[in-house]
Structure formats: C-alpha cells, structure tokens
Write a protein that binds this ligand. Sequence first.
Ligand SMILES: C[S@@+](CC[C@H](N)C(=O)[O-])C[C@H]1O[C@@H](n2cnc3c(N)ncnc32)[C@H](O)[C@@H]1O
Length: 369
Amino acid sequence: MSSLSLQELSVSRTDREQSSGKMTSAKDDLYPRKLLDYMEGFMVSKTLFAACELGVFEQLHASAQPLSAADLAQALGLSSDATERLLSACVGLELLNTQTNPAGEVFYSNTEMSTVFLTESSPRSLYHSIQYSSRTIYLCWHYLTDAIREGKNQYEKAFGINSKDLFQALYRSDEEMVKFMHLMNSIWNICGHDVITAFDLSPFRCICDLGGCSGALAKLCLSLYPQSSLIIFDLPKVIQTSRQHFVSEPHERISFCEGDFFKDALPPADLYILARILHDWTDERSIELLTKVYQSCTSGGGVLLIEALLYEDNSGPLTGQLYSLNMLVQTEGRERKGSDYSRLLTTAGFTCVQIHRTGKLYDVILAQK
Ligand SMILES: C[S@@+](CC[C@H](N)C(=O)[O-])C[C@H]1O[C@@H](n2cnc3c(N)ncnc32)[C@H](O)[C@@H]1O
C-alpha cells in the first residue's frame, strides 16, 4: 500500500466507495487531479518528442517483430535502462503495445495510432510537426511569462535573434525554413480535406493561395476542383524550396509567384486563400493585406480564410486559446473569433461573410467582393 501514489490511492478509494454505493466525500472532491495533470503536462509532450526524435517509432515500424528495450537501445545507440523507462512511459501514453514472454521479458510494438501518425514515411505523419514543436515552439514557450509581461514574441531570448522582421527570424537559416515548411505541410495531411471542402469552391476558376508555402492546400484544391487553376504566392526563397522539395512534379494547372504580399502587386484571381496568414499579424496589417486582396480580386470573386476560430464568448476551444498564446510567443498576431475576422473583412470591403466550423483544428470563412 505504501508504494501507491496519492493519485492511485484516490482512485482505489473512490472505486471502493462507488462499488459499495457510498457517496464520495467532499475531501476527495478536493483532490487536485486536473491541476496535477496540467503541472505534469510538459512531461507528456517531452516523452513524445524524445521518442520521435530518437527514432523509436521508426525502428519499431521497420522491425518484423516486437523488440525488447535492450534490442531497441542497441539499434539506436541509447542507454538500455533509460530506453526501458522511455518505452514504459510510451506504453502508459498508449503510444506502444507490449507483449511479455513466459520468461517475463517485455517486447514493444507500435500502436496503430503511432504507425499512422508518428512514423516519418506515413502519408498522415505528424513527425515534422512534432520535431518543430520540440526544437522551436517548446523553446519559445519557455519564455511565456516574459511574453505576457512584454506582450511580444520571444525569439530574441529563445534564439538570440532580432524578430523585427518576423519571417526573417522564422527563416533564420535555410534549414529552419525547410523545417517550418514541413510543419506547415504536415497538418494538411490531417485537416486539409475538411477545410477545402467546407464551401463549394468550384465557381472560382483561378485560385491564388497567398502565403501558400509548401503547396499542400493548392495540391488538394487541384484534386478536388478539376476545373480550377492554382497560383502559389509566397516569398522567393519559399517558392524556390516549394518547387524543389514539395511541388516538384510540373503541373499545367499550378503556377508559382514569388513576392512580398505587403509590398508587391498580387496576381489577379477569383479566389484568394489565406490559410493561417492573418493569425501571424496585427489587425492593422491584416486589414492592409485584405484591402490589397480586395483590390486584386475579380468582381464576384472572394476570399477564403482558414484559421483556428475562438468562440464568441471566450469559452474555448482550448486548442484555439493555446494557439493564441503560441501566436504571442512566436509571431505578431493572435487567434481570433469569427466576429473579429468578419470585422477585418468588411473593413477591407468584403461582404456576405459565411463561417464554417469544422470541429477540428481549423475553421473556414468565405467572403465575397
Ligand atoms: C503560417 S505560414 C502558413 C502557410 C500556409 N498557408 C499553410 O497554412 O500551410 C505563413 C506563410 O506566409 C508566408 N509569408 C509571410 N510573409 C510573407 C510576405 N510578406 N509575402 C509573402 N508570403 C509571406 C510565409 O512564407 C509562409 O509560407
């Protein structure tokens, strides 16, 4: 009994009381389970990050049979004892399955979720998102308290770089830019279909994905709207990398445009997609960009915003609320409510604002010229 944690004690006592039909006492209600979970939440993230970075899921996927901690440690050049603890924690997190042989040896294999989402080669992989969360986002969050005091991003403290030009800081090396592009790319493997089909986009024949990055959404549009052609607009370095690594197959319905959307003319189009663009910027810069979009848009055309929308009464969703803090530590922007985007759009001249919540990470707003 003495080896049980406080949490386990609480569970077993509650279970006993429930099975004997007794009411839970007020003292048990005060057990701060939620707070303990929150306090230790970073340990969960770090366990996932470490297992991914060390190649645990990849190695188990490549192996024809479940592996012991010692086998895995040897294959990956890790400490055997430490690997056993890591694997055990992954079992607790339901990222790995175990089998025990008659001699009591434990063997580990991936769960289906880990195979689909945590191995690098899977078409629905979150591997690159996890890498970026571990190596960049987590470091910025270390300075969240300072960010709240100062009301600004924490690139200077986290990486020793000036963040006056946001994307110069984000793209501080070619390697960092490619990592960011992989991060942007990977989430659309999971949420892309929902956002691109939220509204019927078939009336829009020329679609420009502004800040289109890796071209993930443009490629999805191509497959879902066979009558449409796509322009991917982004900063020159991003477009060059996109063509080299992400949209390397030439396609007659995809073209590329290098430029700065604040400074250069935008290509004319029937629909502009701005996916996760406005959340990087202040209201003033967002209105400046939307006004430019309005002026370049053909009459009867529109704009499609793809963002994580907050509820109107500030009650959630929690992911959007946390993303808004993430925008604070990393960018100049914020996550917003539907009504905030509506205001920005109408200020820029757009009308008929329609909002579609997908129930997943990203929601969609369509407005017309
Ligand atoms: C947060 S990312 C979103 C990428 C993509 N829309 C998506 O959702 O996956 C912002 C994108 O805007 C691009 N961007 C930032 N500033 C820009 C500028 N001044 N002109 C053109 N593109 C810019 C970045 O290179 C990046 O691809």
